[in-house]
Structure formats: C-alpha cells, structure tokens
Ligand binder design. Structure first.
Ligand code: C2E
Ligand code: CA
Ligand code: CA
Ligand code: CA
Length: 279
C-alpha cells in the first residue's frame, strides 16, 4: 500500500507539472493570440423546441495555440479575466461577430441573431456602449441581431451601474440573456430588478433530467417563472431525446446542445443558415 501511495504521488506530480507548464505558456502567449490571428469563432445553433428550426446561435471563441493546438475557452478565458486581455478578446469577438453578420447580409444569406458572451469586466467598463455603437455602425449591423450573454457574477456589482448599462443596451435594441442561470446567487431578485430578455438554464440541471427529481423540479420552476415574467427561456447542453421530451412537456422555448448541433465552424454554420431546420 505504501508503494502504491508513492506511485500515485509521482503520477500526480508529473501531471501537475505538465498542467502548470501549459498554464504558464498559455498565460505567456495569450497577449499575442489576437495579433497572430490564432483566435477564431465557432457557432452553436439555438433551436425552437417545437419546430426544430434554428432561431439564433451563440458565438464561442477558440484558440489555436502553436504548441497545444485547440485550447478551450474554459482554459484561457479565466486567464484573460485576470488581466486586461479579456477586454481585447471581448472587443475582438464583438468585431468578428458583426463582420460576419455584415458578410452574410451582403451575400443575401438568411441570418439569425448571434449571442456573444460578455465578461463582467467588459460589461462594466464605461466604454461598452460607445464601443457597441461604433462597431454596429462600422459594420452596418442591425442591433436586433445581437444578444449579449452575461452571468449573475456581472449583476452582483453596483446595481445602479448595471441597470444603466442594461437600459442603454435595450434602448439601442440589443437583447440581454442571463447565462448559466441557477448556478449563482439570488437569481430571483435579479429577474425582478433588471430588464433582461432571456434566461439560459445551466446545463448542469439539464444533464440530470431523468436522473435527479430535484433538478427536474428546478427546471420546471425556472420555466414557470420565466413564463410568468414573460421571458424567453433556453435549455443549454441538451444531449438526449429524453431530455428533449421533458423540455417539450415543460414548454421550454428553445434548446441548445449537441442533440441538435455541436458548435461548428464558419463554413458549416453558413450551410446550417441555408437550411435552418435541424431536426
Ligand atoms: P457557456 O457560455 O456556458 O457556453 C456553453 C458551453 O457548453 C460551450 O463550451 C459549449 O460548447 C458547451 N456545450 C454546448 N452544448 C453542449 C452539450 O450538449 N453538452 C455539453 N457537454 N456541452 C455543451 P465552450 O465553447 O468550451 O465554452 C466554455 C465557456 O467559455 C462558455 O460557457 C463561456 O463561459 C466561455 N466563453 C466562450 N466563448 C467566450 C467569449 O467569446 N467570451 C467570453 N467572455 N467567454 C466565452
Ligand atoms: Ca454562454
Ligand atoms: Ca451557459
Ligand atoms: Ca458555463
């Protein structure tokens, strides 16, 4: 048993070294990722639960690192958030999404609204509104094709500031979604105080459909609440037909997840735009 313990320790420390080396290089290289054109976007469709028709899509950033290959945003976004780099990445994503929308409109391609993840730091910087206006104007983008996804983390900051930003965005015609809903704190107060359009039920609840009654109850309550407050409700991370059946029964408005489509690259997404019905 003593021997085993020792081996385990060695394996553990070796993998720790690889992951801390990786982290070190990611941190070191992140600031060059934009100028080296190593970032790109995938798009994941959101479909109408009743019809299976794509109604919008979420833009998800990826990093093609010269050594590590594709690095997931789950790894590098937290690093970026520790510095000002998250602001540059946020602006890059916004510009990229708007230039795609511009390109697709010019090609007379059918388009859908695109959702963009916005970190708390970016959302609360005082230049958000002017930046949005500038980019929308430059790319001739209709604001109704942009939705910003924020999390409850954003809402815990100064209530007055948050309200003002949300209000200004809405006046511009930009929609707001509350992402990862159910995983943060005092969600219900936020729904009452802030004029948001959409809530996205976190995938951790969806994955427990048919597994844990408590998670099913939470999903039901969120959908009930959303309907009462006249909010659009989206289920994230839907992978199975059983989950879809449950969400249909609960009249969840929209579905996002591998069951319909994984996040896809620009080329594949353009094809999906052309024939929209995914299932
Ligand atoms: P998120 O905003 O909650 O995005 C949904 C994540 O769930 C995506 O992971 C997506 O690929 C994954 N997903 C979608 N459907 C399924 C499914 O059916 N099953 C499972 N297991 N997973 C599914 P991804 O692309 O790795 O992104 C991770 C997180 O990184 C995002 O979580 C978001 O918080 C952050 N992120 C991604 N792009 C950006 C960005 O442009 N800016 C910022 N600030 N954060 C971003
Ligand atoms: Ca999101
Ligand atoms: Ca989410
Ligand atoms: Ca998440």
């Amino acid at each position: 048993a003593k021997e085993m313990g020792k081996n385990n320790y060695q394996i553990y420390s070796a993998s720790l070294n690889i992951s801390s080396f990786k982290l070190y290089t990611l941190e070191r290289d992140l600031h060059k990722a934009i100028q080296n054109e190593e970032l790109y976007l995938d798009f994941q469709p959101r479909v109408d639960t009743a019809t299976g028709k794509m109604v919008s899509a979420e833009a998800l950033v990826r990093w093609e690192h010269p050594i590590w290959g594709q690095v997931s945003p789950g790894e590098f976004i937290p690093l970026a958030e520790e510095s000002e780099l998250i602001l540059d990445i946020g602006d890059w994503v916004l510009e990229k999404v708007c230039s795609y929308l511009q390109k697709w409109s010019e090609n007379k391609s059918p388009i859908v609204p695109i959702s963009i993840n916005v970190s708390a730091k970016r959302f609360l910087r005082n230049d958000l509104i002017s930046k949005m206006k500038y980019v929308l104007e430059k790319t001739n983008t209709d604001p109704k094709f942009i939705e910003l996804e924020i999390t409850e983390t954003t809402l815990v900051y100064n209530e007055e500031t948050v309200s003002q930003v949300i209000q200004s965005l809405r006046e511009m015609g930009i929609r707001i979604a509350l992402d990862d809903f159910g995983t943060g704190f005092s969600s219900l107060t936020y729904l009452k105080n802030y004029p948001i359009d959409t809530i996205k039920i976190d995938q951790s609840f969806i994955q427990n459909i048919n597994i844990a009654k408590s998670d099913e109850m939470i999903i039901k309550s969120i959908i009930f609440l959303a309907k009462g407050l006249d909010l659009n409700v989206v289920a994230e991370g839907v992978e199975t037909n059983d989950q879809l059946t449950f969400l249909k029964q609960q009249e969840c408005d929209e579905i996002q997840g591998y069951l319909f489509s994984k996040p896809v690259d620009e080329k594949r997404f353009e094809q999906l735009l052309k024939n929209k019905v995914l299932k």
